[in-house]
Design a protein around this ligand. Structure first.
Ligand SMILES: [Co+2]
Length: 472
């Protein structure tokens, strides 16, 4: 999920003035904090290739064999695909055993417990040197090392589940399906691969969906998910769909998204956003300033012009959403990376996790809240119990604590737990400031938007694009 552009607190750190000056205020137009828009990263599409380098120098295993489908995001070059497949050989057998839709738990496919490494990229020379001092400290600390290895295992497993679940989406989703069918299938797949249905209290805290599955069409840029009881939307051949979902294990969330379209008319829009996200990934690193990542993103995004239905549009970088860091059980860790120039001197730091996402649009790029609710999120530091006058608020609060903690959830996630008559309770928690509600975000009608997003780990000597796949 993308974070809403901070006008305020999320941007904290002294730099806020600068960042908001550059990007912030004006553009945000009244929106407050950063909401993430989970973005995804685009891969090699559109002739963009940053990832190529990483692969080559690191023997890193490309995730098994997803072939991207008919979706236009699949356009990536065939030759590259082949090359990667070879790298991924050792996992090949495992993927062959995965069912469609995916239902074979990941631990059965990888009995050794060792999951594919993401794409490893080096830092540029200057940042590596800067790093040395900190690095030593880390080496001494054995406990931290053990934690680091559990952290990596959790992240790599969650990323592989993301790849396998999205592979199904790319292969199987077709116009005529409803958004509810698609969302439920994504979620059923993720839970099956985790081998955790999350129906008992506490289970979803161990592993589950990282946030509500986002399926945002056309001018709805981010944060739309189907809700129970609402009129369902049927996917059309002419739609551009952002598919944004997360997988978490022990609170470590893989946040990754892509865009699919059935009409090749949108290919260049998708390519622009993929390229922008890849530019952000390439620039990101330990000690790198947020302003530098933003500038790289904007420059790439705005170098594209696209023709849709006979009209030319510049691709605009969306102003109201940001990429963001991720903390345990917390999708928006507090750092935000706008997609346009700013003077935020905040640096990325070793050990941090970032969701590098970008959104491009043919519309105005300043988004408005759409009606309805996407999801709700508790502050992870929220107290164990609350006592409000409304009994149902206290009840639903306990359910949230027991099942989601700080993980953003949606009404469908509550209903599958058998919770009923929760709306008044949720509203009360929101109005008391205990729960934050996220709304869908839209650009002007008739516009089209795309998103790509990857989760990256800023490890000691390399950055790991943990959610990278053959698809994007
Ligand atoms: Co995100």
């Amino acid at each position: 999920m993308g974070s809403k552009t901070p006008g305020n607190d999320n941007y904290q750190r002294g730099d806020s003035q600068s960042s908001s000056a550059a990007i912030g205020n004006g553009e945000v137009r009244g929106r407050n904090n950063s909401q993430d828009g989970d973005g995804c990263m685009g891969s090699n599409g559109g002739g963009e290739d940053d990832d190529g380098e990483g692969d080559d120098d690191n023997n890193d295993v490309a995730p098994p064999t997803l072939t991207l489908t008919g979706a236009s995001s699949a356009d990536a070059s065939k030759s590259k695909k082949k090359k990667r497949k070879r790298h991924g050989k050792k996992n090949k057998t495992s993927i062959l055993k995965q069912s469609s839709p995916p239902r074979v738990p990941l631990h059965d496919l990888f009995p050794s417990g060792s999951y594919p490494t993401g794409e490893l990229l080096g830092y540029d020379a200057s940042s590596e040197t800067r790093n040395t001092a900190k690095t030593k400290e880390v080496r001494i600390d054995g406990l931290r090392r053990t934690n680091e290895s559990a952290f990596l295992d959790n992240y790599r497993k969650a990323a592989e589940i993301h790849r396998q679940a999205r592979h199904w989406v790319q292969q199987s989703v077709k116009p005529g399906q409803t958004l509810t069918e698609i969302a439920v299938e994504v979620e059923d797949s993720v839970r099956a691969l985790l081998d955790n249905q999350g129906l008992e209290p506490g289970q979803s805290l161990q592993a589950g969906m990282g946030f509500p599955t986002g399926l945002s069409l056309n001018n709805v840029v981010a944060h739309y998910t189907p809700n129970p009881g609402q009129k369902d939307i049927v996917l059309q051949h002419s739609d551009v769909m952002k598919v944004d979902f997360g997988v978490h294990i022990n609170g470590w969330i893989v946040d990754s998204a892509f865009t699919m379209a059935f009409d090749p008319e949108y290919d260049n829009l998708l390519a622009a956003v993929k390229a922008a996200t890849n530019a952000g990934i390439k620039t990101a690193g330990i000690d790198v300033r947020i302003s530098d990542v933003s500038a790289a993103i904007q420059e790439t995004m705005e170098s594209y012009e696209v023709e849709i239905k006979g009209r030319m549009y510049p691709v605009k970088a969306v102003r109201s959403l940001c990429a963001h860091d991720i903390k345990q059980y917390r999708i928006h860790g507090g750092k935000s990376i706008p997609f346009v120039k700013n003077s935020d001197q905040t640096k990325m730091e070793e050990g941090e996790v970032f969701a590098i996402e970008t959104f491009g649009t043919t519309g105005r790029a300043y988004l408005k809240d759409d009606s309805g609710i996407y999801g709700y999120g508790l502050d992870p530091g929220a107290p164990a119990r609350v006592s409000l006058p409304l009994a149902s608020a206290n009840r639903v609060y306990k359910t949230i604590k027991d099942n989601f903690g700080g993980i953003v959830f949606c009404r469908r996630y509550l209903e599958r737990l058998g919770v009923e008559r929760y709306l008044a309770g949720l509203n009360s928690l929101v109005s008391n400031g205990i729960l934050e509600a996220y709304q869908p975000l839209m650009d002007v009608p008739g516009s089209y938007s795309a998103q790509f997003e990857h989760t990256i780990l800023l490890r000691e000597s390399q950055k790991e694009v943990v959610s990278r796949g053959d698809d994007y």
